[in-house]
Design a protein around this ligand. Sequence first.
Ligand SMILES: [Fe+2]
Length: 204
Amino acid sequence: MEDGNGGRIKDGDAAVAVMDRARPQTVQKSREIQPYGAIVKLSIALNEKVCASSVTNLNQLLADTMTLRDLYKKHHWQVSGPTFYALHLLFDKHFKEQSDLVDLLAERIQTLGGVSIAMAHDVAETSIIPRAPRGREEVPSQLSRLLHAHEIILEEARTMARQASKDGDEGTNDILVSNVVRTNELQVWFTSQHLVNEPVVCGD
Ligand SMILES: [Fe+2]
């Protein structure tokens, strides 16, 4: 068999060479190609400073949205009591909607040339939503905790939307207003109505 350079190689060597090509290169470690916080300029007609400012804001919002998403799943699993079924389903619906927002925000960050926060340990260090206990809580505490997280997100999303609009980053402004603010406001309504102390059987 030819070795590709006009020489002869043994059949055994050739078999090893073929096997090497087929073998998955599983243990590889390269340098980061873009550090967290750095911006790679893309052709979206926005200057780097504007992109950097939006990316910083969006990463904060992303960390908080991931935290709220996970709070919904925690409560979906740990809810109890007479409203178990309704809340079990509602919490999972909100979890899915928050998951969609997470993807939207992360991909907006990448679109702006940034690096989106991703891993749980980085999210925990970044989020400003108060840490929840590992154990189970009563339903009123679960609901209050969710509403507090929503309010933090709504406040920062509205501030960030104004900033994005001022900077001419209307794509970011649109996501913040049309998706983040509206979804969170609607979820607040659905969640908060479970804290209205209505009689169940006999009216006043
Ligand atoms: Fe489930």
